[in-house]
Design a protein around this ligand. Structure first.
Ligand code: GRG
Length: 325
């Protein structure tokens, strides 16, 4: 169980949202698996359903609410829910948000392959290629990429998002996942192994590899909510800052946490990767992560966001750097 700083409020929110995300992921696989050859179903299930913090969809859902989005309801709002932007949702919002997690899941499946980071353990479990083979895992991961796009289209339309915004949502996801985003960042990461990267190169790499999808999570929630330009800008500024803070925290954990707590083997040193810890030292990296959190909080304060979701975003910004895995 991840230790959640900041009291039980955030812990309860993460538990409730995490459950809704798991249910939405199950629904997405109910749609996807029957289309796949049987041999690909186990690695897809394993890659998508073996735990994880589910941070990206949780950020998207929270951004949607903070921007005043109203969930589609198949049953009337509860009296307490009416007008506060939190309806008794029918799950479509989480369906939309799990398109991000499908991309994230594929990226981890590929990242752990022998031709990439060559990891046998993730989230305390054997990685898919060690169980199902490299070819099946690479193919199963690739199947998740178009599936994420199709699922986004379907769920956004089911939520009644206007068609121009549906196209915008798809553009946001594709851009963040692609060559200018996560895949490009992964390429820079592989190229950088064994070299000593400077601060600018390291920021550029991680803003793409890790930051782009996190930033897209916030932007996706904002656009689905029909946010105006200032709200959308606030969400992208917040997302950009926590994206970098998240990676710095990841480097600190890789350098300081045990395999038992992390659920995977620390790998940066073994792969000769440049890290924020190597560049700034552990304390310097912690200070930089905190200053990114401050930037994220400033972005929230400058915007007219809805409560209680805005407070959840505040707590999530701190959680990103204080987490223990
Ligand atoms: C082969 C075409 C092709 C592309 C490869 C592998 C890849 C694309 C990209 C890798 C991107 C990557 C692994 C980024 C790492 C991001 C990161 C810090 C992951 C850990 O995220 P958490 O902590 O994980 O949210 P959980 O387990 O909580 O889901």
């Amino acid at each position: 169980m991840t230790t959640i700083p900041g009291g039980s409020g955030l812990a309860d929110t993460l538990t409730a949202e995490g459950r809704a995300v798991e249910a939405a992921l199950e629904r997405s696989l109910d749609a996807l698996l029957p289309l796949l050859p049987e041999g690909l179903r186990p690695p897809v299930r394993h890659g998508v359903l073996t735990g994880g913090k589910r941070l990206r969809p949780i950020l998207a859902v929270t951004a949607f609410r903070a921007c005043g989005g109203r969930e589609p309801t198949s049953i009337p709002d509860t009296p307490g829910g009416a007008g506060d932007g939190i309806g008794e949702g029918d799950g479509r919002l989480h369906d939309l948000a799990v398109s991000l997690e499908l991309i994230h899941a594929y990226s981890l499946m590929h990242d752990d392959l022998p031709c990439m980071d060559d990891a046998a353990l993730r989230r305390g479990r054997d990685t898919p290629h060690t169980l199902f083979g490299e070819g099946s895992t690479a193919t199963a991961g690739a199947a998740l990429i178009p599936a994420a796009g199709l699922y986004l289209l379907w769920s956004a339309r089911a939520m009644g998002v206007p068609e121009t915004d549906v196209r915008e949502l798809l553009r946001i996801l594709a851009r963040a996942a692609g060559g200018g985003g996560m895949v490009g960042g992964q390429a820079l990461d592989l190229e950088g192994e064994g070299r000593s990267l400077g601060r600018e190169e390291l920021d550029g790499l991680h803003r793409r590899k890790t930051g782009a999808l996190l930033e897209a999570s916030l932007e996706l929630g904002a656009v689905a909510a029909g946010a105006d330009a200032p709200l959308r800008t606030a969400m992208t500024r917040y997302g950009r800052a926590i994206g970098l803070a998240f990676q710095i925290a990841d480097d600190i954990l890789d350098a300081t946490a045990t395999r038992e707590v992390l659920g995977k083997a620390p790998s940066d040193a073994a792969l000769h990767k440049s890290t924020y810890v190597a560049l700034l030292g552990v304390e310097g990296a912690r200070a930089e992560a905190r200053s990114q959190v401050d930037l994220a909080l400033e972005a929230l304060q400058a915007a007219d966001l809805r409560l209680p979701a805005a407070s959840v975003l505040e707590e999530l910004a701190r959680f990103v750097v204080e987490r223990d895995r």
